[in-house]
Design a binder for this molecule. Structure first.
Ligand code: UDP
Ligand code: MN
Length: 459
C-alpha cells in the first residue's frame, strides 16, 4: 500500500529516493538502446544502398556479404527479368545411379578443331606466331566470409594479369558456377571443358588455383619440352608411380592441351566429383588405394593420381610430370627464403634459386574464423605478392619498402631522358674501343704502355 512521504521515516524516504533515481537511469538506458538500434538499422540499410563507396565498404562488407548470401538463399534477388528468363534452357538432371558426365560425349574433337582452324586462319597463333595459351583461374561466386580473402584474391588476380601481359598469354577468370554438382575444387573440370570447346583456337589451357601466385615474373614455360604430351603437372615420379602417394602430383596448377585426349581425361575424372554421397564414397575408395591419404571426400588431385596409377595407361603416357622447376611450389618451403634469394640470386630460373609459383595449399583465406594459421597465410601472401610485384615495379623505378609492406618507394630518380636515348648519343670515351676485337685491344694497350714507357724514360 502506498504511503504519503510525510508519514515516512527518514530511512524509508532515502530508500524511495534511491529507487526513483534507479528508475530514471533505467529509462535513460532504454531510450539509448532504442536510439542506437534505429541508427544501426539505418546504417545497415545505407551499406546496401551505397555498396562500394569507400567510407562504408570496409565497415559493412562482412554484414553485407552475409546479406548477399541470404538473398541468394531465399531467392529475393534471383527473380530473373523476362528477357533473360526467355533465354533459359532446362538444366539437365543428373541421375546419381549413373556416372556423372560433363556433357554430351564428344568423340572427334581433334577433327572438329582442324576444320575450325582451317576456316579461321591465323586465329590460333599469338602475335609472335606461337600456339595460344589461355591462363585460367577462378574463385567462388559470392563474397568471402572474411573480406581479407577477397583482398588477396584481387592481389593474386593482379599478379596473373601482370604475368599474362609480360608473356603474351590470354587470361580468363571465372566466378560462375557451371555445374551445381561440381563445387569447390571440382569447379575447374566443367570450366575446362567449356573453355576447350568454346576456344578451338587455344592450344593449351593453363589452370591456376586462386591461392597460387607467380613469384618468378621472368620465367617462361619451356613449351618445346611438352611436344607430344597433353598434360603438364608438377610432381615427382618416385612419389607418384613407386610410392602411390596422394601428393605425388599437385593439381593446383597444370597445363592441359585442347584435344580429344583431354576431353576424354575430363570424362574419366569427373565421375569422382559430384557433391554428396558420390564424392564421399569416392573419397573412401581413394583413401584405401592411395598412400597416406587422410579420410575425406574425393578431391580432384587424388582422383587424378588414381587415374594415372590404376586406370588406362594412356593417361600416364601423355602426361609430363614436371619437377625441374616450381610449376607448383609449396608455400611453407619457399616464403621464408625470399630475402636470401633476393640477396643471392635473380629471377628467371623458376627453381629453388627463384621459385616460379608459390602455392598457398591449405590456407583458407575466405573462411570466417581467423585462426593464427590463417593470419600467417595472409602475412605470407602479402610477402609473396610483393616479392613478385617488385619485379613488376622495377621497370617503373619503384620497390616495396619491405616484403611485408604494401608501401612503395622510389629506387631511381626520374630523368629527362627516360629511355636513355640522349645518353646513348653522347660519345663515351670508355666505349671508344668497344667495337674492337681482343687482338686489336691488346695491340692498343701495348702501344699505350710503350708510349708511357717512352715518356717515363724522357723524364
Ligand atoms: N574454386 C573455384 N570456384 C569455387 C571454389 C573454388 O574455381 O567456387 C577454385 C579456386 O581457384 C581454388 C580451388 O578451386 O583455389 C580450390 O582449391 P584450394 O586452393 O582451396 O585447395 P588447396 O590448394 O588448398 O588444396
Ligand atoms: Mn590451392
Amino acid at each position: 500500500m502506498m504511503k504519503g512521504l510525510s508519514v515516512m521515516t527518514p530511512t524509508t524516504r532515502k530508500m524511495m529516493q534511491v529507487l526513483n533515481s534507479c528508475k530514471a537511469t533505467l529509462f535513460c538506458v532504454l531510450v539509448t538502446i532504442l536510439v542506437l538500434r534505429s541508427t544501426a538499422m539505418v546504417s545497415d540499410h545505407h551499406i546496401g544502398d551505397i555498396e562500394g563507396t569507400t567510407e562504408w565498404a570496409h565497415v559493412g562488407q562482412n554484414r553485407h556479404g552475409r546479406k548477399l548470401a541470404q538473398a541468394d538463399e531465399v531467392n529475393i534477388s534471383e527473380k530473373p527479368d523476362p528477357v533473360t528468363a526467355s533465354k533459359f534452357v532446362e538444366e539437365e538432371k543428373w541421375d546419381p545411379s549413373t556416372p556423372y558426365t560433363l556433357g554430351p560425349k564428344i568423340s572427334n574433337w581433334d577433327q572438329q578443331r582442324v576444320i575450325w582452324n582451317n576456316l579461321n586462319p591465323g586465329k590460333n597463333k599469338t602475335r609472335n606466331g606461337k600456339p595460344k595459351i589461355l591462363l585460367v583461374s577462378g574463385s567462388q561466386p559470392g563474397p568471402c566470409a572474411n573480406p581479407m580473402g577477397d583482398f588477396y584474391h584481387l592481389k593474386f588476380v593482379k599478379n596473373r594479369l601482370d604475368y599474362a601481359r609480360l608473356h603474351g598469354l590470354e587470361f580468363f577468370y571465372n566466378m560462375a558456377t557451371f555445374s551445381k554438382e561440381m563445387t569447390s575444387f571440382w569447379a575447374k573440370l566443367p570450366l575446362l571443358r567449356k573453355l576447350m570447346v568454346s576456344h578451338p583456337e587455344v592450344e593449351w589451357i593453363w589452370w591456376m588455383d586462386s591461392d597460387a601466385i607467380f613469384t618468378d615474373m621472368a620465367f617462361e614455360m619451356p613449351m618445346e619440352k611438352y611436344e607430344g604430351k597433353n598434360l603438364v603437372v608438377h610432381g615427382f615420379h618416385n612419389l607418384l608411380f613407386e610410392q602411390h602417394r596422394w601428393i605425388g602430383l599437385n593439381t593446383g596448377i597444370f597445363l592441359i592441351r585442347n584435344c580429344q585426349w583431354s576431353l576424354d581425361l575430363l570424362d574419366a575424372w569427373a565421375p569422382f566429383g559430384p557433391e554428396g554421397e558420390t564424392r564421399v564414397n569416392a573419397g573412401k575408395m581413394l583413401t584405401a588405394k592411395l598412400v597416406e591419404r587422410p579420410t575425406f571426400e574425393a578431391d580432384d588431385q587424388s582422383a587424378l593420381v588414381y587415374l594415372m596409377l590404376f586406370d588406362d595407361p594412356k593417361w600416364k603416357l601423355k602426361t609430363h610430370i614436371e619437377w625441374e622447376f616450381y610449376l607448383h611450389g609449396y608455400w611453407k618451403y619457399l616464403v621464408y627464403r625470399y630475402e636470401e634469394l633476393m640477396a643471392k640470386s635473380h629471377p628467371g630460373f623458376g627453381d629453388e634459386r627463384w621459385p616460379f609459383v608459390t602455392h598457398f595449399v591449405g590456407c583458407k583465406p575466405c573462411q570466417l574464423s581467423v585462426t593464427p594459421e590463417v593470419d600467417e597465410c595472409f602475412l605470407q601472401m602479402e610477402r609473396a605478392f610483393n616479392f613478385a610485384d617488385n619485379q613488376v615495379l622495377e621497370k617503373y623505378g619503384y620497390a616495396h619498402r619491405a616484403l611485408a609492406s604494401f608501401k612503395t618507394q622510389r629506387i631511381r630518380k626520374d630523368t629527362a631522358d627516360p629511355l636513355g636515348l640522349l645518353e646513348e648519343r653522347k660519345p663515351k670515351p670508355e666505349d671508344a674501343t668497344a667495337s674492337l676485337n681482343f687482338q686489336e685491344k691488346e695491340f692498343l694497350r701495348n702501344k699505350e704502355l710503350a708510349e708511357q714507357e717512352a715518356i717515363n724514360q724522357r723524364t
